[in-house]
Design a protein around this ligand. Structure first.
Ligand code: SF4
Length: 226
């Protein structure tokens, strides 16, 4: 299956929404600065996403084979028990905002620019999810992301990028030798139909994670995945 690129994603963050996220109060010292940053980001922001549809060629106790590429992950194996296709994807804030942020030498300004870029990433992720649900009439879906769990470590990025052809040419996302991605506000993963609302966070014991979506369930691995 070819890859599909979504590159006409509008980025139009509302000022009250950004002020709330950055805890900026009306009349405060940084109100003008953040207002300017929002206008700049709206002018250049160009979030994007890429995905493909991969068939599951094989499943065994320890993993799955997607389009001929083996992934060793017991959690993925169990999560994909009832499906025969998945949607590998990357969503990104885009190079434009990444390069814009690099020009911000002031620490606080740089932080605000990064937070605004994160909103662009969320816009890309939501647009992609809405697109998948509408185009393929998907019901409830879940996602797994390489590096979120020991069971599917960051090295999983290599196969994910292979499944997606050439994400650098298509949407400007580069995979570094460290397996991190540039732009930093980028997320990669595999989405699949699931009635059980899987979240990596349920299996992740990490303390103090500001992105945690659901509480850690310490018995879940033993209960469902062992
Ligand atoms: S708790 Fe944080 S680090 Fe762990 S999976 Fe969730 S978002 Fe990722």
């Amino acid at each position: 299956m070819d890859t599909i690129v979504l590159d006409k994603i509008e980025f139009n963050p509302s000022t009250p929404q950004v002020f709330k996220k950055l805890r900026i109060k009306k009349g405060s010292r940084n109100e003008g600065l953040v207002h300017d940053l929002i206008e700049q980001a709206k002018g250049i922001g160009h979030p994007k996403a890429i995905y493909t549809i991969s068939g599951i060629n094989d499943k065994d106790e320890k993993g799955v084979v997607l389009d001929g590429y083996r992934i060793d992950s017991r959690v993925m194996r169990v999560n994909l028990s009832d499906v025969n296709r998945v949607f590998p994807y990357i969503a990104t804030s885009g190079r434009e905002l990444y390069e814009w942020r690099q020009t911000k030498d002031d620490l606080l300004e740089n932080y605000y620019a990064d937070e605004i870029s994160q909103m662009a990433l969320r816009t890309a992720g939501k647009t992609l999810l809405d697109h998948l649900k509408k185009t393929y009439q998907l019901g409830r879906t879940s996602s797994m992301n390489p590096g979120s769990l020991k069971d599917w470590p960051l090295s999983g990025q290599q196969i994910l990028f292979k499944l997606l052809g050439n994400p650098e040419d298509a949407i400007g996302v580069q995979l570094l030798e460290s397996l991190l991605m540039v732009p930093n506000q980028t997320v990669s993963g595999i989405r699949f139909v699931s009635e059980s609302d899987f979240s990596n966070c349920e299996l992740c014991p990490r303390d103090n994670c500001s992105h945690r979506r659901v509480p850690y369930d310490k018995d879940l691995f033993q209960r469902k995945y062992q």
